[in-house]
Design a binder for this molecule. Sequence first.
Ligand code: ZN
Length: 322
Amino acid sequence: MSTPEPNPISGIHHITAMAGDPQRNLDFYIQCLGQRLVKTTVNFDDPGTYHFYFADATGSPGTVLTFFPWPHARRGRAGTGEANAVAYTVPSASLDAWEERLRDFGITPGERQTRFGEPVLPFQDPDGLRVELAGVDDPPTVDHWQAGPVPESMALRGFHSTTLLVAATGPSAALLADYFGFEEVGSEGSRTRFAAPGSGAGRAVDLVQVPNQGRGHLGAGSIHHIAFRARDDADQRAWQARLLAAGLNVTDVRDRQYFHSIYFREPGGVLYEIATDGPGFLTDEPAAALGTSLKLPPWLEPRRAEIEARLPAITRPGEAAA
Ligand code: ZN
């Protein structure tokens, strides 16, 4: 029996990271970065922990940064086998305004850099996660959150890229180029950039070779995994078959309610996911209400009272304290 060829990967679907205090995480991504909380749910594998999804107004693939916040989590330690930066695209003319906005929120940005000809403003979020704003002259459009606190002229335009730390570039590069269909854009020092064809959000992955750094340890401020896009369930099954045939240890399909997921470690040790574009975040609440109440998947709904009692109290900006 022959397996259909999967479609090339069109880019990043979402990125999942770890945080400490849930309230601080909510406040920063909503009020400072102007991302909309498009879903408030729990970690389906550990329902005593929230799972927050921050994105554009509707949770378009390529804009979605998700967090598992553990109130007393220890900080992670950067190292190989993990992603260590999330880069968002912003209009290049907005970088000065971002520098000022970050300072207004108590964040001291790092020094501005130039990477592959583009200006990059790095900073750390309140948990030490490395976030970068990449200035692009003609950035992709996303579904701007009109009711949010950041004007459209400077708003984040979805992911620009992510950076993976690896002991050796070769094996990770081969997966991106030979399987995902990414093109090698170029190299600068130890950094090599790969990008999916097209012009949408979240198309680039940078590999940074750090042979002597040692493995990273997950904790608050660490990136847990990078999810890439599959068009639909059939495309995902084709990817699963192709990756299994390549000798990678790929999981079964997991129902994540807003998408379906398979997971595997890429050759450099980074946890990858391939997630379907659908059903999306409008599957269990209307656009106007996204993120405003705790959503549970059908199989956890019978445990709602117990789960709600265990979760720390949070206040979404604009909502009165409970
Ligand atoms: Zn994921």
